[in-house]
Design a protein around this ligand. Structure first.
Ligand code: KG4
Ligand code: ZN
Length: 361
C-alpha cells in the first residue's frame, strides 16, 4: 500500500495511530500514518487452531489472541523503530465480535494508553471495514454506497461521513461469508470456506445446478442466504451434480442476490457517486467483477480494497482511529478507560432490529 496522499480531506496527515484487531480469528497489529502509510504491521491467523472444528471456537480464539498479542505489539513497534510516546493514539476493536477476543485487544490498548498517556480509541470493527476503502483509495470521498460482506455481516450502508452510517439492507438470517463457509462444509472443502468455494467454482458451470435466489425481486430490501445453503445441501445429497458445478452455481446465485439488492438500494436511496465493497467476501473475484459492472452501469466510481485490507486486519482499525482523530479535532482526549467491550454494536443504531444485524454469528 504505502504512499496514498490523504491530505485533502484528512485533517491529520502527520498523525500516527497504533491499531489492534482481535474480534474474530485474526490477531493483528498495525501502525498507520494519517497520510495512509502503513508503517508496520503483523497479522496472525488462527486457521490451524480452528480448522479441526470447522469454525471459530470462541474460547480457543480468546486464548490465542492473549498469547500472541503482546509479542506482536513488540514486533510492530520494533520493526517501525518507533517508541510508544511518538504515537498519537491507540485504537482497538471494541466490538462487535467474540467477546473474549475483543476484551484481549481492548484491555491491551487500555494498558498501553494508560502507560503512555495517549488517547484510547474504541473502534467499531464494522466502522473499520466501512472506512478501509478510504485507506486504500485516497480519492474516495463521502458519500458512498457500501456493501459490507463478511463472515458475520451482509449489509448495504449509505456512508455519508465518519460515524454517519444509514443501513439500507441487512441479512435476515445468514451472512454471505457464513453461507460460503457452510457451503464449503457441506462440500467437505474445509475451513475457511470462502476461498475454497471460489477455487472449486473455477472448474464448474454456474448454470448447471438450479438453486434459489432468496428475496431476489422482493420489495423487502434485505438479504437471505439460509434457503440457498439448504438448497446446496439438497443438491449435494441428491448425488446428481458435480461438486464444482454446485460451488459455481452457489456463487452465481449469491452474486445475483447481491446485485439485485444493490439495484433496489440504489433505486431507493441513490444516486451515489461511488460504490464500495468491504469485508472478507470482497476478496471474491466473481463478486468484485459483478460489482464493478454494476458500478459501470450506474456511472459510479468503484473501490474494492486490496485483499489484505478486505479480510480482518489492524490497519483498518488504526485508520478508523485516524479518521476519528481528524473528525474530533485538537483537544480530543479519546474514549474513557472504562469503555466496555460490546459483543453487539450496530453501525446504524436507528435501523429497525432484524435478526442477523449488528453482531457476528
Ligand atoms: O471480514 P472477515 O475476514 O471476517 C469477519 O469480520 O467476518 O470475513 C471472513 C469471511 C469468511 O466467511 C470467509 O469465508 C469469507 O469472508 N471469504 C470469502 C473469500 N475470502 C474470504 N468468501 C468468498 N470468497 C472469498 N475469496
Ligand atoms: Zn471483519
Amino acid at each position: 500500500m504505502g504512499s496514498a496522499a490523504h491530505t485533502s480531506d484528512t485533517a491529520a496527515p502527520g498523525r500516527l495511530v497504533l491499531g489492534i484487531e482481535s474480534s474474530c480469528d485474526e490477531t493483528a497489529v498495525a501502525l498507520v500514518r494519517g497520510d495512509g502509510t502503513i508503517v508496520a504491521q503483523a497479522i496472525a491467523s488462527q486457521e490451524a487452531e480452528h480448522a479441526p472444528y470447522g469454525g471459530v471456537v470462541p474460547e480457543i480464539a480468546a486464548r490465542a489472541h492473549a498469547e500472541r498479542l503482546a509479542p506482536m505489539l513488540a514486533k510492530v513497534m520494533g520493526d517501525a523503530g518507533i517508541a510508544l510516546d511518538k504515537v498519537d493514539a491507540i485504537a482497538a476493536t471494541a466490538g462487535p465480535g467474540l467477546i473474549g477476543g475483543v476484551m484481549v485487544g481492548l484491555v491491551s490498548a487500555k494498558a498501553l494508553a494508560m502507560a503512555s498517556g495517549k488517547p484510547l480509541l474504541a473502534v467499531n470493527h464494522l466502522e473499520g471495514h466501512a472506512l478501509s476503502p478510504r485507506l486504500a483509495d485516497a480519492g474516495l470521498a463521502f458519500p458512498y454506497l457500501l456493501l459490507l460482506v463478511s463472515g458475520g455481516h451482509c449489509q448495504i450502508l449509505a456512508v455519508t461521513g465518519v460515524g454517519q452510517y444509514r443501513r439500507l439492507a441487512t441479512t435476515i438470517d445468514d451472512a454471505l461469508g457464513e453461507a460460503f463457509d457452510k457451503t464449503a462444509k457441506i462440500l467437505a472443502l474445509g475451513y475457511p470456506g470462502g476461498p475454497a468455494v471460489e477455487r472449486l467454482a473455477l472448474e464448474g458451470d454456474p448454470k448447471a445446478v438450479p438453486l434459489p435466489r432468496p428475496l431476489k425481486g422482493s420489495a423487502e430490501p434485505h438479504f437471505s442466504f439460509a434457503g440457498l445453503k439448504s438448497a446446496v445441501l439438497r443438491a449435494v445429497e441428491s448425488g446428481a451434480h458435480r461438486p464444482a458445478d454446485i460451488a459455481a452455481s452457489f456463487q452465481q446465485a449469491a452474486v445475483e442476490c447481491l446485485i439485485d439488492r444493490l439495484e433496489l438500494a440504489l433505486g431507493r436511496a441513490g444516486p451515489f457517486p461511488a460504490l464500495v465493497v468491504a469485508g472478507g467476501v470482497a476478496a471474491n473475484k466473481t463478486v468484485r467483477a459483478a460489482l464493478e459492472a454494476l458500478a459501470a452501469r450506474h456511472a459510479m466510481r468503484f473501490t474494492a480494497p486490496p485483499l489484505a485490507l478486505c479480510t480482518d486486519n489492524a490497519a483498518m482499525i488504526a485508520w478508523a482511529g485516524i479518521e476519528r482523530l481528524a473528525q474530533e479535532g485538537e483537544g480530543f482526549a479519546g474514549d474513557p478507560l472504562d469503555f466496555v467491550a460490546r459483543p453487539r454494536w450496530p453501525l446504524d443504531p436507528a435501523a429497525e432490529a432484524v435478526r442477523g444485524a449488528g453482531y457476528k454469528a
